[in-house]
Design a binder for this molecule. Structure first.
Ligand SMILES: Nc1ncnc2c1ncn2[C@@H]1O[C@H](COP(=O)(O)OP(=O)(O)O)[C@@H](O)[C@H]1O
Ligand SMILES: CC(=O)N[C@@H](CCC(=O)OP(=O)(O)O)C(=O)O
Length: 295
């Protein structure tokens, strides 16, 4: 067989491999959390948006929940302030909240534009719209006051389910309101988890700027491909996990414990990581599993 023919057959093989997954996820909701520095690179952004649009066009029901932490920090610094985080949460005073909301709204509409450009109808919503994300004030994991940071207490899933029913791709910006209608900054991982739980998502994928979870952050050969809920909790308690990975992993655990079947942390810097994870047998990144599921 000549080389050209072999290449055609290899492509057909990839498509056939994808069929099982297309059937499995058909009409199922997949929440994609997109954040980190993978968001800053225009080319990578296009690839991620292409992947999510692809998922929509083959019959999945994706919802994007985006971050923008790095972009917020850039504008906070430009305003002459020092970005500050405690246990992975941004310390958000009133001025920082104003900047965060402006930046997140801009990021949101840019993602909407990119999806629309690919011929899929997208609607950007903030957690403020239609009472989507209602919050109480959140303290950091170590009980410290971090200002206007929201702890999601209620998700109005109807907003998203209605958009999905009308065949829109919802794109959610992590800002919410409390009972007194004050505006709160929400960690985008928290928002993705709460939304995945509320809409009974089949899958939740966190696209970040790291390969996955390392047993030892200093040792890049210690990447963990699969982690049970108990192992994830042990890693958090042992201190092997720090910064933004703490809320991320806590949200992964929460999702698994609340009925989301598949939860993954993926490297958003790898072009088409989402398609590779969903449509091929060889998983990438770190999968979070139910206790006992690893056997
Ligand atoms: N053990 C660990 N394994 C992987 N990442 C870790 C670990 N400990 C801390 N981190 C940090 O967590 C970061 C991911 O969290 P975060 O920056 O909040 O991501 P995102 O902005 O994509 O939500 C990584 O870039 C890394 O610096
Ligand atoms: C409370 C809190 O920390 N909010 C985050 C919201 C954005 C975010 O989570 O962005 P990434 O996912 O890109 O990190 C922040 O202000 O950075």
């Amino acid at each position: 067989m000549d080389q050209d023919m072999q290449q055609y057959l290899d492509k057909a093989e990839v498509l056939i491999e994808a069929l099982t997954y297309i059937q499995r996820f058909n009409r199922k909701i997949i929440v994609v959390k997109y954040g980190g520095s993978a968001m800053l690179d225009e080319e990578l952004q296009k690839n991620v948006i292409k992947d999510v649009t692809f998922l929509k066009l083959v019959g999945f029901k994706p919802i994007i929940v985006h971050g923008g932490g790095k972009e917020i920090s850039k504008w906070v610094s430009k305003a002459g302030m020092e970005p500050k985080f405690i246990d992975g949460l941004r310390v958000t005073d009133a001025e920082t909240m104003e900047i965060a909301e402006m930046v997140l709204n801009k990021v949101n509409k840019n993602l909407v534009r990119m999806v629309e450009e690919l011929g899929v109808r997208a609607i950007g919503v903030s957690g403020k719209d239609g009472g989507l994300l209602r919050v109480d004030k959140k303290l950091s994991m170590t009980g410290q006051d971090v200002g206007f940071v929201g702890d999601i207490k209620k998700v109005n899933a109807e907003v998203l389910l209605d958009l999905l029913d009308k065949d829109f791709l919802p794109i959610v910006c992590p800002v919410g309101i409390d009972d007194d209608y004050n505006t709160y900054n929400i960690n985008a991982d928290d928002a993705a988890y709460s939304i995945a739980k509320a809409v009974h998502a089949e899958k939740l994928a966190f696209l970040s700027d790291i390969e996955g979870v390392y047993r030892d952050y200093e040792d890049k050969s210690s990447l963990i491909t699969a982690l049970t809920v108990d192992q994830a909790n042990e890693l958090i308690e042992s201190g092997a996990i720090s910064g933004g990975m703490i809320p991320k992993l806590q949200n992964c655990v929460g999702a698994i414990e609340n009925g989301v079947s598949r939860v993954h942390i993926l490297d958003g810097r790898i072009p088409h990581c989402l398609l590779l994870e969903i449509f091929t047998k060889k998983g990438i990144g770190t999968a979070i599993l139910r206790n006992g599921e690893e056997d």
